[in-house]
Write a protein that binds this ligand. Structure first.
Ligand SMILES: Cc1ncc(COP(=O)(O)O)c(C=O)c1O
Length: 474
């Protein structure tokens, strides 16, 4: 089914699009970026020129010229009577730009596989005959693996029974399943902004109306806004990342954990804690996990081996009270029919030596982070480089709403990045850029040099009012 985007929604997604002259090319670039990172899916009908012109307060001829430019570059087609429709972009993977030869791809913050993984896979292959003797459709998860996951929680001070664990094909699958069970059409869901974009995609698909609570790299969670949002909107669910939040890298303080838990409990919300990044500690040190609810059922945790071991393993889990686990199991077959046996066997082995895995990760992320910080401080001294104590990325303050313009410019120079607004819940974040530190250090050094050139070009082309803001950054 084709979808449409309203003029108001498109104007809001475009945010501060007017980053260069002529205005029609800046507008076309803004729409191109929305197509590239899949915020405008292929075959979406764009608003009529007159309506978009009204919503953006520009002349109709500006929108007409932008649409013409988009037609020329193959981003849209316009047919008399059926309007302008976005087109699939070549061989692009959905949601990502395909990285061609020589391109540096920083769109995803995914570390390379844990070095011991290939050996473990070879070992697991040795017991393939036992694995294939099983039924194979496993919607709950192997008991050995659920025990290993429960044991890991217990080590963190969160006593867990294996019946409180459901194994999934990654954290994304868990988010999708939980959203489909807990969220009904029109329900409010609270989420941090910025946040992990595919969680937003899954929640929106389930019909959620998202309420954003700001998180910043220097001040953390805006507790006043969080408390107000819980009290006023009574969300059914909150989706949160208390440890090494993606993309800011912030961890909640003990006070933030306690305040959010009690506001959530007062509102009757289920707090879904995505802990995909929780084990990616570089130099923060252990903290008490908090979020001990007074009623069972208030707190749900999601885990994954995607960042600690390898994204290609596609293995994650949900920790929740037995009731919710049973509801998830009942709903699951509509999504998928279980988690592959082979991956579960490997995951069980991995969790038995998880301290070793996590230590390697910490060392790898430390060298990645230090290399990126060094390269960016040398090449882009005007940027505000934050302190990240763990996680996978830096959430950088640009000092001017030029993130989208910079991403387009960087792309033409061979660096693929995701602009700040992709991480937004309710618009904005065009002043921030996510830079992962998961790529090899030499690649990051090259990327920083190219980014510095792109930044100079973007600033040179931006209208004076925008550049004046950028100049104010020290
Ligand atoms: C916060 C967060 N949650 C979930 C996911 C998806 O994890 P998985 O690969 O296990 O599906 C990611 C991956 O980037 C993530 O960063």
């Amino acid at each position: 089914m084709d979808s449409r985007v309203s003029a108001r929604a498109l104007a809001s997604a475009l945010g501060g699009w007017r980053t260069r002259e002529p205005a029609y090319e800046a507008l076309a670039d803004g729409i191109r970026l929305l197509c590239l990172d899949n915020r405008l899916a292929p075959r979406t009908t764009l608003p009529a020129e007159r309506e978009l012109a009204g919503a953006l307060a520009v002349s109709r001829s500006t929108v007409a010229a932008a649409y013409r430019s988009l037609r020329d570059t193959g981003h849209i087609s316009s047919l008399r009577g059926s309007g302008s429709v976005t087109l699939p972009l070549g061989r692009r993977e959905p949601g990502r730009v395909a990285a061609g030869d020589g391109m540096i791809d920083l769109q995803q913050a995914s570390p390379p596989a844990w070095p011991g993984l290939a050996g473990l896979m070879a070992e697991a292959a040795g017991s393939a005959s036992t694995l294939v003797s099983r039924v194979g459709y496993d919607v709950l998860g192997r008991i050995e693996l659920r025990e290993a996951i429960a044991h890991r929680y217990a080590e963190r001070g969160i006593p867990t029974h294996p019946d409180e664990v459901l194994v999934t094909t990654g954290a994304q699958s868990a988010i999708h399943l939980i959203s489909s069970v807990l969220v009904g059409r029109g329900d409010r869901v609270l989420a941090e902004t910025p946040t992990y974009p595919h969680a937003v995609d899954a929640l929106r698909r389930a019909g959620a109306r998202l309420v954003g609570v700001p998180v910043t790299t220097d001040a953390g969670w805006d507790l006043e806004r969080a408390e107000q949002a819980f009290a006023r909107t009574l969300p059914v669910m909150a989706y949160l990342m208390p440890d090494f939040q993606n993309p800011t890298g912030r961890s909640m303080t003990t006070l933030e954990r306690a305040a959010i838990l009690s506001a959530g409990e007062r509102a009757g919300a289920v707090l879904v804690l995505d802990e995909t990044t929780a084990d990616l500690d570089i130099d923060r040190g252990p903290v008490a996990p908090g979020f001990e609810p007074s009623e069972p059922g208030t707190v749900v945790r999601i885990g994954s081996l995607g960042k600690t071991v390898w994204g290609g393993l596609r293995l994650g889990w949900v920790r929740a009270d037995g009731d919710l686990i049973r509801r998830l199991v009942a709903a699951r077959p509509a999504h998928d029919l279980g988690t592959p046996e082979f991956e579960q066997a490997i995951a069980t082995q991995l969790l038995r030596r998880f301290d070793q895995v996590v230590a390697q990760r910490s060392a790898l992320l430390r060298s990645g982070r230090d290399a990126v910080v060094k390269a960016l401080e040398a090449q882009l001294p005007s940027w505000g480089i934050p302190v990240a104590r763990g996680g996978v990325s830096l959430w950088i303050e640009l000092g001017a709403p030029l993130s989208s313009a910079l991403v387009i410019e960087a792309r033409s120079r061979g660096v693929l990045l995701t602009a700040g607004p992709r991480f937004s819940v309710d618009g904005g974040h065009d002043r921030q850029l996510r830079v992962p530190f998961t790529a090899p250090p030499d690649e990051m050094a090259r990327a920083a040099a190219l980014l510095a050139d792109a930044w100079a070009a973007v600033r040179a082309g931006a209208p004076p009012s925008v550049v004046a803001e950028a100049g104010a950054v020290v």
